[in-house]
Design a binder for this molecule. Sequence first.
Ligand SMILES: Cc1cc2nc3c(=O)[nH]c(=O)nc-3n(C[C@H](O)[C@H](O)[C@H](O)COP(=O)(O)O)c2cc1C
Length: 365
Amino acid sequence: MSTLFSPLKINNVTFKNRIGMSPMCQYSSDDGVASNWHMVHLSSKAIGGVGLIMAEATAVSPTARISQGCAGLWAQKHVDALKPIVAYQKSFGAVTGIQIAHSGRKGSAATALEGGSHLDADDANAWETVAPTDEAFDPDGTRLWRAPRALSIDEIEAIQQQFVQSAELARDVGYDLLEIHCAHGYLLHSFLTPLVNKRDDAYGGNLKNRAKFLLETVAQVRNVWPAERVLSVRLSVHDFVDGGLTLDDSIQVSAWLKDLGVDIIDCSGGGAVPEARGAIGNRTAEQPDMAGVIRGGAGIAVMAVGGITDPKHADELVSEGKADIVLIGREMMRDPHWAFNAAKALGVDARHVLAEQYGFFVGAS
Ligand SMILES: Cc1cc2nc3c(=O)[nH]c(=O)nc-3n(C[C@H](O)[C@H](O)[C@H](O)COP(=O)(O)O)c2cc1C
């Protein structure tokens, strides 16, 4: 029996297998509202047999988006659009997850499809970004990154409330799993990493202080997120730059998060500064083994992500105790039936992996 296809139970949520789709921005929302594209993008992976489907970074407020095309969850209209999408994914037995996020100093950008650079200050779609300090993401780079404004403590508390409100809305949509995005140089990660956080108040300095924004947010979110559902945090477990976050730091942060009731750590990397290439940078493929280090060091369940394309590799990550769930990103764009094809490659009975409308005809062949 392949471990990749063994079920996993966390709290009251049962994952039918250990395969997840990683959250991926789709730049297909209007004022944050999900579109037909999301129905197809997300549900097609459920049809293909994926156990966990993670919706993209979803902003807790309009200015928490990366770009105008990003998803949001700050109003009832977002709930109304997401509800049928989530219900449809669930009808295929998928666990549904959503990642709530604040872009921080990497917001107010063009969509990645349009180059991803910061918008000019006088662009009608631009907004003032916020961060631990007023240092721009890439002040000297060829691409324009405007300087953010350093957040006051009152503003930090207001953003924490936005995370809580988004969590309540995600609960109302019916998601099984909520993930807080603290990776890739976005707001919460920018506070956690010493590469960006140079504050000298209670939210800056040593690791505990730099983690304060994250830990307070998680504690408040856990209060409104039902105990029977799953709470995840995505960390950049390594900053990939000297002087940045190390695996030891991330083990410590993961242990604190576990104490606050976080169930699983989603182990990504990089993205804090331009040299630390982001989520699909040149060190992405090192991340799955790092997930195993976090799992062993902090004694918490983990998701591994980064460069995983081969079913045998994915299966080994689970069987060797490096990951509880394996997330696949880009490879699922290439093959929405990755889980079905993985079952066949691993010699697992694939008859019931695909939705029966397909599986009945081709599941066994
Ligand atoms: C188009 C695209 C959009 C992404 N958007 C997000 C996102 O919304 N949130 C996030 O945490 N990571 C995001 N990522 C990173 C992926 O979740 C994943 O960690 C990364 O692609 C590495 O996995 P892979 O090698 O399987 O693609 C994105 C990646 C891509 C390619």
